[in-house]
Design a protein around this ligand. Structure first.
Ligand SMILES: [Zn+2]
Ligand SMILES: [Zn+2]
Length: 395
């Protein structure tokens, strides 16, 4: 391996007595020419780039350069026979200094710091609003009380005391990020971190604006009108454009996402565009038929119960459901379950009438014994009991 390696001075094209400035200049030229970013997919260029980087890493370090001058490549060949980088152990080299320095201005800083330099949209804000069942069905207007950040008017968002201006952060050169480049067996590994000195802003404020305390933003209480569309369901959100956090570098504000939380309704339940409810009817209404009032989201409607209606009969009220979010003229249906109520607190006369009814209808409720139906406990949803009633009428 050692035999095939080119001389480090030759790689960089400098004489053996080249000083640090000359080395750096030479490396910059070679690195720029062969940098993988400039030669995407070119394996030969990548090899040359690595070769130059290795040469520079060694020659720019006084100790390593002395060893190299004395022993050549053999100075860095470990017993393991080396890895993909010709046996040179790069873990000892301080690459953050070398490459940070060189690449910092090599690419004009724009490439890696781009995320922090151009206009960026602000963050979205999420908020929830509680609405009633009916408000979800028909839509509503809500007003949210919010505290929103605005660019500070005193400092125009710079965060610096008027008359002063923020300084460019010297640690990151205003990029807001620091790039640590390390050599691994797999090539160059770059770690990008938010600059610890300026917290990614790229600027250091010496004298803070008194109004915003250097943040560049002031918090203001705002009332924001939200139009909740008809048909919205629990957990869905309304997006209000550009009512989120302010943008960065002239970018647009983020959005406000308002999630609706729909309160439970005492009578209605909802599934997608359909509404469900249960309506109690009396035994007599079920047996004889009757006009009953049924509550819907549009108000009460009259529904005609057919004679001989059984309990748990489902009735569809077409178009009394929830409007479609896309087209509010399209509505779901309202399904009503008719549940026959068993009378519990009967007057003496009512009991007599019921006994007479039982006799007239053939005294078929034998299981109830002498107490007839009146002693039966709340039979609202007990199918067993109702089945018996049905049997009685099926005869
Ligand atoms: Zn300010
Ligand atoms: Zn910085």
């Amino acid at each position: 391996m050692a035999e095939s390696k080119r001389d480090y001075y030759e790689v960089l094209g400098v004489s053996r007595d080249a000083d640090d400035a000359t080395l750096k200049k030479a490396y910059r030229q070679v690195a720029k020419k062969y940098h993988p970013d400039m030669n995407p997919g070119d394996a030969e260029a990548e090899k040359k780039f690595k070769e130059a980087s290795e040469a520079y890493a060694v020659l720019s370090d006084a100790d390593k350069r002395r060893q190299y001058d004395q022993f050549g490549h053999a100075a860095f060949e470990g017993g393991a026979g080396g890895g993909g980088f010709g046996g040179f152990d790069f873990s000892g080299a301080d690459f953050s200094d070398i490459f940070g320095d060189i690449f910092g201005d090599l690419f004009g800083g724009g490439r890696r710091g781009r995320a922090n330099q151009g206009p960026m949209k602000g963050m979205n804000i999420r908020k929830s609003v509680r609405i009633t069942f009916e408000e979800a069905v028909f839509g509503c207007e809500k007003e949210l009380d919010m505290i929103l950040k605005d660019p500070c008017t005193k400092c125009q968002g710079s965060g610096a005391r008027p008359g002063t201006s923020p300084e460019t952060c010297s640690k990151c050169g205003g990029k807001g990020q620091v790039v640590y480049t390390q050599q691994s067996f797999f090539g160059m590994v770059q770690n990008v971190q938010t600059c610890p000195d300026c917290n990614g802003t790229g600027k250091i404020i010496r004298e803070k604006c008194p109004d915003c305390g250097g943040t560049g933003y002031t918090s203001n209480r705002k009332k924001i009108a939200v139009t909740i569309p008809a048909g919205i369901d629990n957990g869905q959100s309304v997006r209000i454009r550009e009512k989120g956090e302010p943008g960065v570098n002239g970018g647009p504000r983020g959005d406000l996402l308002v999630e609706v939380v729909v309160s439970r309704h005492p009578i209605f339940q909802r599934q997608d565009m359909h509404i469900f409810s249960t309506v109690p009817i009396s035994f007599a209404q079920a047996a004889l038929g009757a006009d009953i009032r049924v509550k819907t989201v549009d108000g009460e409607v009259i529904y005609t119960v057919k004679p001989g209606t059984r309990t748990d009969t489902k009735v569809r009220l077409k178009g009394k459901g929830v409007p479609s979010l896309r087209n509010s003229s399209v509505r779901g249906d309202h399904y009503v379950t008719l549940v026959i109520q068993t009378p519990e607190h009967l007057s003496h006369e009512a009991k007599e009438a019921l006994r007479r009814f039982d006799e007239l209808s053939g005294n078929t409720l034998q299981a109830a014994g002498s107490g007839a139906g009146s002693e039966t406990k709340s039979g609202k949803k007990k199918k067993g009991f109702m089945d018996k009633v049905k049997e009685a009428f099926d005869d």
